[in-house]
Structure formats: structure tokens, C-alpha cells
Design a protein around this ligand. Structure first.
Ligand code: LMR
Length: 396
């Protein structure tokens, strides 16, 4: 069975980490995978998470299975973070949430739901989008198509083309939008543009699917929910896929959620009953630990305040690195205006480096960047900035 099998292509993002781990150069730098690193280049466990884990170890009574949709306390926290505490969609029961293994698990669950319940729907993805989006929905059997999003010439949203494309999508199709910190470009619509996007979705009867993986990494927890809440205010039905990998630093705990917003509480319940069946035939029920950490933190005012502080320091460090990156490129003699990098949100910078330049950086300097030119700014430190910018100046 296996003798004739050839190697699959490595994953464009996690495959880079495998290559990075195998690299023996002590000066290697991983700017590939979207993982936060502190000023020492380490991915820390947040102090609030450590404290929540201590409490959980002391209080845990069972390792029995979780419900298929995870714990109701976690689901309630997810909805309050996304929509705002006490939002009408929560109070009316129109929203139903399942705890999933990470944001990737949430996207796959929604993909399975679409393939089972809406087999004629196409999923429209921004061009470009996260390198795993296409694979997730294709694996679930959901056809995908691109819509215009980014203009490489101006390093900005291609607003006219984006609107024109959305205005051509047939009713009943699903539009995948990044709630904030667009991955890979870091370019988000303005609040006003979100309003226009929401109007088009509502007018054309399109179903939004918000991928919400970076809440708190652009401007703040509330500000980053502007787009999602604007869309929610204009449409009757939507999906949201959340991830807590980044904002709680829970990467390996696989902590995410899939949320359905329906027109009525009964419709939400019925739709979630089918989503539960998709989950049961996939991973049965979610891993408990990450969701319990989130629920423990959010149930305690002091831990919540501590989390807000730790989240703000991650955000501030990344923004500081953006500015230092732009300044150091200039100091190393790179011509051209790179100030657009400071206008990008979240972990990533869409640098404009070509795949060939990215390959050279890896071969000559052990600097690992996704071949699209996406750089994880959160992997930059004051210690690696000089060497990094010198190498980039060299390939440019
Ligand atoms: C990324 O885009 O690098 C992150 O979302 C991690 C991943 O799973 O790809």
C-alpha cells in the first residue's frame, strides 16, 4: 500500500517550521508561522494562563468527555467577546457556539456543515488569503473562488475591485472575511468600508463567514470587533470562526469556536444540531483544557485585567517592531517608501518580497519567510533586526 507513495508537498507555513527546526545555523530566524515571540524570541505562556492552569489542576474533578459543543460557559464567553456582553443576538438565542479544536477546526466544521447542508454554495475567499483556507474547504468538498482584495502596486486594499467582485457573487453563496488583522496582508477595511461591505452582503443575500483569529492584535478587543459587529448589525445569518491561539497564547491547546447566527433561536438550534453531527463524526467532542483556561480567566476580574495587560504588551511590542523594521531598512540603505508596513494590522507584514528573494534569504541567511512574502513581525526582536534588514537589503 505504501511502497509507491511519493512525498506530499510540505505545508507552506508549518512546513517552514519543520525546515527551521532542522536548520543548524545558530543565527536562524523564523518569521514564517504566525506565533508571537517576546523580546527574547520565545513564545511565552501568559502569566494569567499559568495562574488559571494552577487553579484548574486544583479544582478538576473529572476527565469525562465534554459535550459535543464544549462547555456552555466557554460558548458564552466567546459570544460576549465577539458581539459584546448582552448583545441582542446572544440574549435572543439567535447565536449558537461550538468549542472546536482551534480556529482551523472551526473552519473545517463550518466547511463540513456547508458541504452537507448547502451543497450548491460556493465559498468566496479574498485574494490573497491564509494559505490553509483553500485546503480546508476543498477537503470538506466546498467549492472555492477568489474575490479581489489587495493591490500589490499600492500596498493597500483594492477597494473598487473588492466592491465590484462582491457585487457579482450570487445569492446564497458564502463570503469568507477576515474579522481583523487580515492574514497575510495585514490590511483591513476601515469602519466605513465595513459598513459598505455589510450593505452589499445584506442586499445580495450573501452569507458572511468571519474568520476571527486575531481579536486584540490590531487596536484592542473592542475596536477589533468593529467589522464583525457591523456585519452582524446588517445581516440575519452568519458564521464566525474564532481562535484563541494568538490572543491567549494557547496555540497548542487548540482552542477555537464555530458560531452560527440564525434568524431565530429555533433556527439556530436546528442548524447547530447538524453542526453537532458534523463534529461527532469528526473528532466527537473538543479537548477541554484550552476552553477551561479561557473561561477561568474571564470569570475572574483580576485575571481578566491581567490578560488585557498581557495582550496589550504583545500588541505594543509588535507595533514597536513594525516601526523599527521600517527605520532599520532605511538605515541599511533600502530605498523606497516602506511606511505601509506601519499601516498593516496584526502579526503580519506583506512585504512585497518575491518567492525568489524569500528563497535566497533562507538559503544564504537561514531567514524563514512564507513564499508569498508574508513576514511574521512578531518574530522580530531588537537582537535580530540588524542582521535581518541587512539580509533583506542584500536580496533587494
Ligand atoms: C499562520 O497563518 O501562520 C497561523 O495562522 C498559523 C497556522 O496554522 O498557519
Amino acid at each position: 500500500m505504501f511502497e509507491t507513495v511519493e512525498m506530499a508537498l510540505p505545508d507552506p507555513i508549518l512546513g517552514l517550521t519543520e525546515a527551521f527546526n532542522a536548520d543548524t545555523n545558530p543565527g536562524k530566524v523564523n518569521l514564517g508561522v504566525g506565533v508571537y515571540k517576546d523580546a527574547n524570541g520565545k513564545t511565552p505562556v501568559l502569566d494569567c494562563v499559568k495562574e488559571a492552569e494552577r487553579r484548574l489542576i486544583d479544582s478538576e474533578q473529572t476527565k469525562g468527555y465534554m459535550p459535543i459543543t464544549g462547555s456552555p460557559a466557554f460558548a458564552n464567553d466567546v459570544q460576549s467577546m465577539m458581539f459584546g456582553v448582552g448583545h441582542a443576538a446572544i440574549e435572543s438565542g439567535r447565536a449558537a457556539t461550538a468549542h472546536t479544536p482551534g480556529g482551523t477546526g472551526a473552519l473545517r466544521v463550518v466547511g463540513d456543515y456547508l458541504s452537507r447542508m448547502c451543497p450548491d454554495a460556493t465559498l468566496w475567499m479574498s485574494n490573497p488569503t491564509w494559505a490553509n483556507h483553500g485546503g480546508i474547504f476543498q477537503s470538506a468538498g466546498v467549492p472555492t473562488k477568489p474575490y479581489s482584495y489587495f493591490d500589490v502596486a499600492t500596498n493597500a486594499l483594492d477597494w473598487d475591485a473588492l466592491r465590484a467582485d462582491l457585487n457579482k457573487i450570487p445569492a446564497g453563496d458564502v463570503v469568507l472575511l477576515h474579522g481583523c488583522c487580515h492574514n497575510p496582508t495585514g490590511m483591513d477595511p476601515t469602519a466605513q468600508q465595513w459598513g459598505t461591505i455589510a450593505d452589499i452582503l445584506a442586499k445580495r443575500g450573501l452569507i458572511p463567514l468571519l474568520d476571527f483569529a486575531y481579536q486584540g492584535f490590531a487596536e484592542g478587543l473592542e475596536q477589533d470587533a468593529t467589522g464583525l459587529r457591523t456585519v452582524l448589525g446588517k445581516v440575519d445569518e452568519m458564521f464566525v470562526c474564532s481562535s484563541f491561539s494568538k490572543n491567549f497564547g494557547l496555540y497548542r491547546e487548540r482552542t477555537g469556536a464555530a458560531t452560527i447566527v440564525a434568524k431565530s433561536a429555533d433556527a439556530a438550534k436546528a442548524a447547530m444540531s447538524h453542526m453537532k453531527s458534523c463534529i461527532r463524526t469528526n473528532y466527537s467532542n473538543p479537548p477541554a483544557h484550552g476552553g477551561e483556561i479561557v473561561a477561568t480567566i474571564l470569570a475572574d476580574d483580576a485575571l481578566t485585567r491581567q490578560w488585557h495587560g498581557e495582550l496589550a504588551s504583545m500588541r505594543d511590542r509588535i507595533n514597536g517592531m513594525r516601526q523599527l523594521f521600517v527605520d532599520t531598512l532605511k538605515a541599511k540603505g533600502v530605498s523606497g517608501d516602506y511606511s505601509f508596513i506601519t499601516r498593516q494590522n496584526g502579526m503580519f507584514s506583506f512585504s512585497g518580497l518575491t518567492p525568489e528573494q524569500v528563497d535566497t534569504l533562507r538559503e544564504r541567511h537561514s531567514i524563514y519567510i512564507v513564499r508569498s512574502g508574508r513576514i511574521n513581525v512578531a518574530g522580530m526582536t531588537e537582537g535580530n533586526m540588524d542582521a535581518l534588514c541587512e539580509a533583506i537589503a542584500g536580496v533587494l
